[in-house]
Write a protein that binds this ligand. Structure first.
Ligand SMILES: [Zn+2]
Length: 469
């Protein structure tokens, strides 16, 4: 274990705790200064930003151009602030070196899975990596978990075991600290996961939301017999039904968190479960529509523009992430000054598009399906848009369910949004197919992609790489 790094982390976490009591004014002053320093650094050392922001150096943030993942990767060598870093060399490092080896002896490397286009690569030096670790530890801190060197918790994480995934990288750094930890590959058969969790008996469980739901169902059915004090979910939409099932299974509500490979932990729930507090002292999240205009609290945006205050090696200023979030209108009784995300409804890729009777097109947001499907007594579901209609997969249907009634409700709700309703079919399956990552998206489209989409934030769950155990 890297003891010095851990001690620094604990110290930073203590410092962050003070910020929970900041006023909004103190927070905004901090943000202005952190942003100023990031921009000064980027303009001094990144040839890309010198050009990208040319003539805009003294303009406010919202007037700056948006950085997509495609642009970031295309101009990688110019964008980074260390002239020794070359994309080709980073790729070679990924292909040849072990994930536990630092690039050039000083950079942690994380890769997005590239499920929507080319993978993005992100480098972090020691202090940047510390900021990432601290953001994840803070989510645990907010959930009331005592984070210390001496207090260890038996943690089980069911997530991706790709060693270049940020979660695996975080786990590797903290390996003997957050140990004893069991790291399971989410794509493994459910039966095996249940078996291993029963043997291990975790005090804390970390899982993708779809996995938490499956495990809660297993607990209900009596096959899974664990009693975690804390359950964390991330990376996917946590629907109200999944939250309810988890609470029913383990006696407490899960703590949802929101993160990205590009920026670590970005938002997390506090003990009140009123939403996820955005870690606004570490990053700015602009919730915007398709044309990059700010969307007010209470409305869903089409994407998020991320500005990461700690980024130096690869400065991230207005970096586009295709998550659709909604900020809460109210504040949290806990008194923290950070705004709340009251819902993440999924990624832009989960917005299904249907023709309308007038020859136009309507974008149907994931919530339309969540509302209907969450009432279905099943252990899992998935809505798949095919060229010839919608297929609804259902697994573990509990009570009498009239498929025709479900089809009728979906047709009605789609028609209410002016969609020309396609054929809707229900298929009962033994299990919802999971992707290679182990995730089971609630909504997916098998239609050909519409042009170049936005870069995609990669959900991350710290603590998940079996290879490193
Ligand atoms: Zn709160």
């Amino acid at each position: 274990m890297n003891t010095l790094l851990m001690l620094q982390l604990l110290w930073d976490l203590t410092r962050l705790r003070w910020r929970d009591r900041w006023t909004r004014q103190q927070l905004e002053a901090h943000q202005a200064e952190a942003l100023r320093r990031l921009r000064v650094y980027a303009y001094a050392r990144s040839p890309f930003y010198q050009r990208f922001h040319q003539g805009l150096a003294d303009r406010p943030l919202h007037e700056l151009p948006v950085l997509t993942k495609a642009t970031l990767m295309e101009h990688f060598d110019e964008l980074v602030t260390d002239r020794q870093v070359r994309l080709e060399a980073v790729r070679a490092h990924l292909a040849n070196a072990g994930a536990e080896k630092l690039f050039l002896g000083r950079y942690w490397v994380s890769s997005t899975s590239g499920s929507t286009g080319r993978p993005g690569l992100f480098l972090f030096d020691r202090s940047e990596w510390l900021a990432i670790l601290t953001s994840f530890a803070r989510a645990h801190d907010w959930a009331g978990l005592q984070v210390s060197l001496t207090h260890r918790m038996k943690m089980a994480a069911v997530a991706s075991t790709n060693p270049w995934h940020m979660s695996a990288q975080v786990a590797a750094t903290l390996r003997s600290w957050w140990m004893p930890a069991l790291r399971l590959e989410a794509a493994e058969p459910l039966e095996r996961l249940v078996q291993q969790l029963n043997t291990f008996q975790p005090e804390m469980l970390v899982a993708y939301a779809s996995m938490a739901r499956l495990l809660a169902e297993e607990q209900r059915a009596g096959r899974l017999r664990i009693a975690p004090h804390l359950v964390f979910t991330s990376s996917e939409v946590l629907t109200a039904e999944t939250r309810r099932l988890a609470e029913e299974a383990w006696g407490h509500q899960p703590f949802n968190q929101y993160g990205a490979t590009e920026g670590g932990g970005l938002a997390a729930e506090c003990e009140r479960h009123t939403g996820m507090h955005v870690m606004e002292d570490l990053a700015l999240l602009e919730v915007v529509d398709e044309r990059n205009r700010l969307v007010p609290p209470g409305e869903y945006g089409d994407k998020v523009l991320l500005t990461l205050f700690s980024s130096r090696t690869q400065p991230l200023i207005r970096y586009e992430v295709s998550d659709s979030l909604r900020l809460a209108e109210g504040s949290c009784p806990c008194g923290r000054p950070f705004v709340l995300i009251d819902d993440v409804q999924g990624r832009m890729e989960e917005v299904l598009r249907f023709p309308t009777a007038t020859g136009g097109e309507v974008a149907v947001h994931p919530n339309t399906f969540h509302h209907v499907m969450d009432t279905v007594p099943s252990s899992g579901w998935q809505v798949v848009q095919e060229p010839d209609g919608l297929t609804v997969l259902l697994s573990g249907v509990r009570e009498d369910l009239e498929d025709s009634a479900l089809v009728e409700r979906l047709r009605r709700d789609l028609a209410a949004q002016d969609a020309l309703v396609p054929e809707v079919r229900v298929q009962r399956v033994a299990a919802i197919p999971r992707a290679a990552s182990g995730k089971a998206p609630l909504i997916k489209s098998n239609l050909p992609p519409r042009g170049a989409g936005a870069g995609r934030g990669e959900g991350v769950v710290p603590g998940a790489d079996r290879r490193l155990t």
